[in-house]
Design a protein around this ligand. Structure first.
Ligand code: EZ4
Ligand code: CO
Length: 412
């Protein structure tokens, strides 16, 4: 079974997505997600110019060998662009292999270890009342675990809150910043860590008072704190029993987490911007985290992320795969097959795509009572409707960034 054709498809239904479609000489097709939010065309060029020409004629069954060939032959290893490109090839090959076997992909990964995947959604609001409404909306949609992001007094806009209503989804303005803002320049936001540190514990106290102690609650610090500030926050959130505190410090410095760990028992999650097992080597070995945040899409595909998660399992560290709307339904399905199969699944982030996206990517995964399941179609269970995809050409889009009150650029 040889790879006969490789197409890179860019479509922008609710936001930009990059998809690799492989076709074999016996007519099977496989899809891989290669979406890198705000830098989509870099991955398109990497694939089109440097990877696609190498794929034609390869044995589609040789997934591990193809992975190693792409990774090692490039000489320039790792990095988000490279690893997203390799991930797309890897996932498309797994899709093909599972279709050839006539099985849903999770069967090839060892079979189901559970009946479904606990998923969390994103609630947010500028005020506590708005936030409570958002939590209730999520509970009505079935969510049994909820991420809490709140506006901070004195700050105009902040990560996770739709302050300037950048995105109108099908159900109105959504409280999130996941769709990079369409435009030719990143939008500027403001930031003040001390105000944030003072405010967040009061929000969690209010949420616990309103919704009780059972509901699993999560929070994303989005890389903005210094180690000692993160330690302070973890400590001040301890009474509210978080499921996790995510990305408390910038991802580049794994040592920072040692200091955070010394001061707090709040569980830590990190890694949505990591892209290889090497990024995790120290923090897993030293047990500095509790959850691995990497997405299949950004971490070299199923082949590579499975290795990270197997390594993590020795230390009782679990998966918490990144699942914002900038992971396409193809990437989400890949995460679900992997999450269903591994023993150390923790939780899956799930933001729910808009209707246009769902028409472009026909899915067989299901959402029921707070639980995701990849479905039982052979392969990934997602197909690309190319007529629909063709209706939505690429639109230039950037993630926002932020500055302190004196104009200094801060971590976003
Ligand atoms: O900012 O997916 O936990 N989720 C996140 C996301 C990321 C975007 C970046 O592309 O932090 O909102
Ligand atoms: Co995050």
């Amino acid at each position: 079974m040889k790879i006969d054709k490789a197409e890179v498809i860019v479509t922008s239904p609710d936001r930009n997505f990059v998809t690799l479609k492989l076709t074999t000489d016996d007519g099977l097709t496989g899809l891989g997600d290669a979406t890198l939010n705000g830098r989509e065309l870099a991955v398109v060029a990497y694939l089109t110019e440097h990877v696609v020409p190498l794929l034609i004629g390869l044995d589609a069954h040789r997934i591990e060998d193809t992975w190693q060939f792409l990774y090692r032959s490039a000489y320039w290893r790792r990095g988000p662009v490279t690893m997203a490109a390799i991930a797309a090839v890897d996932v498309a090959l797994w899709d093909i292999k599972a279709k050839a076997a006539g099985m849903p992909l999770y069967q090839l990964l060892g079979g189901a270890s559970r009946t479904g995947l606990l998923a969390y959604g994103h609630a947010s609001g500028k005020s506590n009342n708005e936030l409570f409404d958002s939590v209730r909306e999520h509970q009505e949609k079935g969510f049994q675990a909820i991420r809490i992001q709140a506006g901070v007094p004195g700050l105009k806009s902040i990560y996770g809150i739709a302050s300037n209503a950048t995105f109108k989804g099908n159900d109105g303005v959504r409280y999130d910043h996941e769709p990079a803002q369409r435009g030719a320049y990143p939008a500027e936001e403001d930031w003040d860590t001390r105000s944030y540190l003072r405010h967040v514990p009061t929000v969690f106290e209010a949420v616990r008072n309103e919704f009780g102690s059972e509901l699993p609650l999560l929070h994303d610090g989005h890389h903005r704190m210094t180690p000692i500030q993160a330690a302070q926050l973890g400590k001040s959130l301890e009474p509210f029993d978080l499921f996790w505190l995510e990305d408390c410090t910038p991802a580049e410095n794994p040592e920072a987490l040692r200091l955070v760990r010394q001061h707090t028992t709040t569980p830590l999650a990190i890694g949505e911007v990591f892209n290889s097992i090497w990024d995790y080597q120290q923090i897993i070995r030293e047990q500095l985290i509790d959850y691995v945040r990497s997405a299949v899409t950004h971490t070299g595909g199923i082949t590579h992320l499975k290795k990270v998660l197997e390594y993590a399992s020795q230390y009782q560290i679990k998966s918490g795969m990144h699942g914002p709307t900038d992971i396409s339904p193809v990437g989400m399905a890949a995460a679900m097959h992997l999450g269903l199969a591994i023993h150390n699944f923790g939780i899956q982030e799930y933001m729910q795509h808009g209707e246009k996206t769902n028409r472009v990517f026909e899915q067989s995964y299901t959402w029921d009572n707070g639980m995701l399941h990849p479905g039982d179609q052979p392969g990934l269970g997602v197909e690309l409707n190319q007529d629909e995809a063709g209706k939505y050409p690429y639109e230039k889009a950037y993630l926002p960034y932020n500055r302190l009150s004196d104009g200094t650029v801060h971590d976003w």
